[in-house]
Design a protein around this ligand. Structure first.
Ligand code: GUN
Length: 304
């Protein structure tokens, strides 16, 4: 049976460390880190993420500021708000929640964010810094995945690591981080012909796709480290009998449950270490976003 990585505990530790640093930053420099969030439209998942980011800010003692724009907002309106955050002295980092409504060009928006305040790490300058292993902002979810493994004392160097998913938010940056840690990295995606061929030899298997039951036990090497960065909301009408009984209380109370990409109940019998959903990678994302915001505030204060 695999050991469970406790995302709750690790993200809690990180938040406590941040809280201490915030006190010190306020005491020495009189600066309270501030995070801004721009939310455009009414995407329900985005609203939940944004609320969680605000809650995280409150927990560690950051200032948080959210600007909500309607679904019909123009690109110019979003760019104007970005300019405001770029120049505000009390906002050290900010992000534009994705996805954006179709009339707004994501590339233009991300490029308008000051790279010094780009706590999501999506600006091409920060992507380039990650590539070149220079100091910059690293996207929160992949940074959280690596941080989790380090805190669990999992060796990455020399391991075969397979990344399933090639998104700009998780898969691609995670593959680069693993490479920077000297893993031998394979990246799989929607056009990969034989997924199992690439997962079965993985010492570290990470999935960030958003497809329930994608990773089955016969695709996992005995003793592998399995990190599940998928988030799938399954409503009671879509659940199979096993899931209905495993997550009965969720279905009874909420009519839905959250699962990852990994067939958890079977794979946990084969892996040596595994992350649960919920309670795994998801919690690390907020913690690392807060860590990036603290870094932005410290850079601003020229404290290192
Ligand atoms: N939408 C889903 N994940 C993210 C994220 O990490 N940052 C932003 N800005 N939007 C997202």
């Amino acid at each position: 049976m695999a050991k469970l990585i406790n995302g709750n505990k690790i993200s809690g530790d990180i938040k406590n460390e941040i809280k201490e640093e915030v006190k010190e930053l306020e005491r020495v420099k009189g600066i309270k880190p501030g995070l801004g969030v721009i939310l455009v439209g009414e995407d329900p998942a985005s609203k939940v993420y944004v609320a969680n980011k605000q809650k995280g800010c409150d927990e560690v003692g950051f200032l948080s500021d959210t600007v909500k724009l309607p679904e019909t907002a123009t690109e110019a309106e979003v760019l104007k708000q970005i300019e405001i955050y770029n120049s505000r002295k009390d906002i050290h980092g900010f992000l534009v929640q994705l996805p954006l409504p179709r009339q707004i060009d994501k590339t233009k928006v991300l490029e308008a964010i000051s790279p010094l305040k780009d706590v999501d790490g999506f600006h091409p300058i920060n992507i380039g810094k990650l590539f070149a292993q220079q100091d910059g902002f690293v996207p929160a979810t992949p940074a959280g995945i690596i941080e989790m493994m380090k805190r669990e004392k999992i060796t990455i160097k020399g391991k075969n690591a397979t990344m399933v998913g090639h998104s700009e938010i998780v898969g691609k940056p995670c593959a680069l981080l693993l490479l920077n840690e000297w893993a031998t990295v394979t990246v799989c995606h929607i056009e990969t012909r034989d997924l199992k061929m690439h997962t079965i030899n993985a010492d570290i298997l990470i999935s960030a796709v958003g497809k329930p039951y994608l990773i089955k036990e016969d695709m996992v090497k005995d003793g592998a480290v399995v990190i599940d960065a998928g988030i799938n909301r399954i409503t009671v009408d879509k659940a199979n009998p096993e899931l209905l009984s495993w997550r009965k209380s969720d279905f009874d109370t909420k009519g839905a449950t959250l699962i990852g990409d990994v067939d958890f109940q079977k794979v946990e019998q084969k892996a040596s270490v595994i992350t649960p959903v919920p309670g795994g990678v998801g919690l690390m994302t907020i913690a690392m976003l807060l860590k990036n915001t603290l870094k932005a505030a410290k850079d601003f204060a020229q404290l290192k």
